[in-house]
Design a protein around this ligand. Structure first.
Ligand code: ADP
Ligand code: MG
Length: 627
């Protein structure tokens, strides 16, 4: 038997492991199962290339709880270790890894995820155990070895009589970690970290019902059999070739990932690169709701089928965090902190690759089946619009498939839209004015007025669309967006076809003075306009830029550094309307004021601006008038 010190300089490694990795204790199991998997896959490779003479067979990894003895066993049938290899890989590597860890620890003490990155994966066992044993038999002829360490720097190494190849790790669970002797807790961890690992993992047994033998009676119980309970799916869909998968396979895998999700995904994107980095995965577009926050953190990140995290911020571009699915890359460091991940060059490349791939997929969906793409547009537009705003590359590519629906359910690409818009739909600076509505019901009258003029009216109603319009106005040439009820479309809609003003200049001055007396100037800019006599007498519009700024303030979280903007509206008074003439000719001041207030309130009501006490007063006044 050998006795020795792991290394004097790492005397403090055990207390450190315990203290600083406290929050992440549970990862010990992932580390040990990763090692068992590595050992199994290494043996597979060795037998494949003829370097090992053993029969590979169907190896599995077993996790076993011995509650009475307070032990947890992890048993594999991998390549095992000789005593020399234990000496080298466990004792010496631990020492170099630990030194690096100690070095690093001085600067960044709180980096809880650091352990695996420095080759301390195995030692994470000491987070939950006060004594650890390794019993291991190499696939070579060398005798088995038995290593024991009780969380002091001392270890013992002796021969063992284990004959079957592979490694058994025995954790003597510490008093403060007895949760890891609970079946439910271990099952939870296996499902979280190892659900898709490539070697079958056995955890206990389960009862399987067999078919009844022939001639069995009606109420004879069906025979049963105890079988291994395999916790994982070693061949998840993303590890296969897209050509080998049917639409149903993708749907089934989605259900495997999100058992509680009943809605089917809209479509999926199979990622598969091996140069300049390795990346596989499947991303799904789910149906989106307007609430962007709750949909995040659904993509799972794996490294060689080992679960790493479901917080993919910084790895996947922000706008794609609303998608679901799996990304797997051996180039993603397994156990480092988030800040380290985001600075990592490979990770950055992955992010821009995914962006490109998603754009390409959307483009091919659009090209191959435009009708279907249009039908799905409402459910995916948020992601696409968000991506156009946040990723320049995506913005460029999206030009080919981003859609602009009209109020009548037609869908245009940007190019088609500009072709469809008639020449007369331009403003005085010769800019093309793209009219849009955000609410078909609320803006009904304005939409109708525009349609009568044969104008195209888009329906743009997603929460971030005002940002996107701003972006399009600055990137595209000579266009501007205007909501159908905005003020600067006056010359497009209202002023045309109007007869000569019926009011004289004198009468206009009189009317202007009268209106300004009654209407608060800090809320409304009064404008007199000679419109069609059938058009509304009073009409409220809001400057396009002001409304859009306000909307952007709401959805941009104040990031544009704007203070609270005051509410400011235009009140357009139609001097040709009969009512306005009547107001002017009414004899008593009191009656004039009443008519003005009533008309103003009606205009506000039609814009949804009349609320609370003002609404109550309006209704009261209206009843008084019809009495
Ligand atoms: P890493 O896995 O990053 O190499 P670990 O601390 O997890 O670091 O493991 C150290 C080494 O110990 C491994 O590289 C491997 O050589 C050896 N080892 C650990 N577990 C096993 C096992 N179950 N079977 C065979 N070798 C193992
Ligand atoms: Mg390891």
């Amino acid at each position: 038997m050998t006795k020795g010190n792991i290394n004097v300089s790492v005397e403090n490694i055990f207390p450190l492991i315990k203290k600083f990795l406290y929050s992440d204790h549970e990862i010990f199991l992932r580390e040990l199962i990763s090692n068992a998997t590595d050992a199994t896959l290494k043996l597979k490779h060795l037998t494949n290339i003829g370097e090992s003479k053993v029969e590979y067979g169907n190896p599995q990894i077993e996790v076993k709880i011995d509650k009475d003895a307070k032990k947890l066993h992890i048993i594999d049938q991998g390549l095992g270790m000789t005593a020399e290899e234990v000496e080298k890989y466990i004792n010496q590597v631990a020492f170099s890894g630990a030194e690096e860890f100690l070095d690093k620890y001085k600067d960044s003490a709180k980096d809880a995820g650091i352990i695996g990155h420095f080759g301390l994966g195995f030692y994470s066992a000491f987070m939950v155990a006060d004594k650890v044993e390794i019993i291991t038999k190499s696939h070579t002829d060398a005798p088995a070895a038995h290593w024991t360490c009780d969380s002091s720097p001392e270890f013992t190494l002796e021969e063992d009589d284990k004959t079957e190849r592979g490694t058994e790790i025995i954790l003597h669970i510490a008093e403060d970690s007895t949760e890891f002797l609970e079946e439910s807790r271990i099952r939870e961890l296996l499902l979280k970290y190892n659900k898709f690992m490539p070697v079958p993992i056995k955890f206990g047994t389960k009862t399987e019902t067999l078919p009844k033998p022939e001639g069995a009676k009606e109420d004879d119980p069906a025979p049963t059999k105890e079988v291994d309970n395999i916790i994982n799916n070693p061949n998840p869909a993303w590890t296969k070739q897209p050509a080998d998968l049917e639409a149903d396979d993708y749907k089934n895998f989605y259900r495997e990932l999100y058992p509680m999700q009943f809605e089917e995904p809209l479509f999926n994107i199979h990622l598969n690169v091996d140069y300049p980095f390795n990346l596989t995965g499947i991303l799904y577009f789910p149906k989106m709701s307007a609430d962007l926050q709750i949909q995040k953190d659904k993509i799972q990140l794996y490294q060689n089928q080992v679960f790493v995290t479901d917080n993919v911020e910084g790895i996947v571009p922000e706008f794609l965090t609303m998608l679901r699915g799996v990304i797997d890359s051996p180039d993603i460091p397994l156990n480092v902190s988030r800040s380290y991940l985001q600075a990592d060059g490979a990770v950055k490349k992955i992010s821009s690759y995914i962006t490109r791939k998603v754009a390409d997929k959307l483009k091919s969906l659009f090209n191959n089946n435009r009708e279907d793409f249009e039908a799905k547009w409402n459910d995916i537009k948020i992601v696409i619009e968000y991506g156009m705003l946040s990723e320049e590359k995506f913005f460029e590519k999206a030009d080919a498939f981003a859609l602009y629906p009209t109020v009548d359910g037609k869908y245009y690409t940007f190019e088609e839209l500009t072709n469809a818009i008639k020449a007369k739909q331009t403003d005085k600076d010769d800019k093309m004015v793209i009219l849009y509505a955000s609410d078909k019901d609320a803006q009904h009258a304005y939409i109708e007025a525009a349609k009568e003029k044969d104008y195209e009216v888009l329906l743009l109603d997603s929460p971030i669309v005002s940002h996107l319009m701003q972006k399009l106005e600055t990137t595209k040439e000579k266009i501007s967006f205007a909501r159908v009820d905005a003020d600067h479309i006056d010359n497009l809609i209202k002023k045309e076809d109007t007869s000569i003003s019926k009011l004289s200049e004198d009468e206009k001055t009189k009317l202007d003075e009268l209106l300004k007396e009654v209407i608060p100037s800090e809320k409304f800019m009064v404008q007199l306009e000679a419109m069609d006599s059938n058009a509304s007498p009073f009409m409220i519009t809001q400057p396009e830029f002001m409304r859009r700024m306000k909307e952007m303030q709401q959805t941009g979280g104040g990031m544009f550094g704007m203070g609270n903007m005051p509410e400011m509206y235009n009140l357009v008074v139609n001097t040709n309307s009969e009512l306005v003439g009547e107001i002017l000719n009414t004899k008593t001041k009191k009656k004039q004021e009443r008519l003005i207030n009533q008309s103003l309130d009606l205009a506000r009501l039609s814009q949804g601006l009349l609320k609370g006490e003002e609404l109550t007063n309006f209704i009261k006044r209206s009843y008084d008038m019809i009495k």
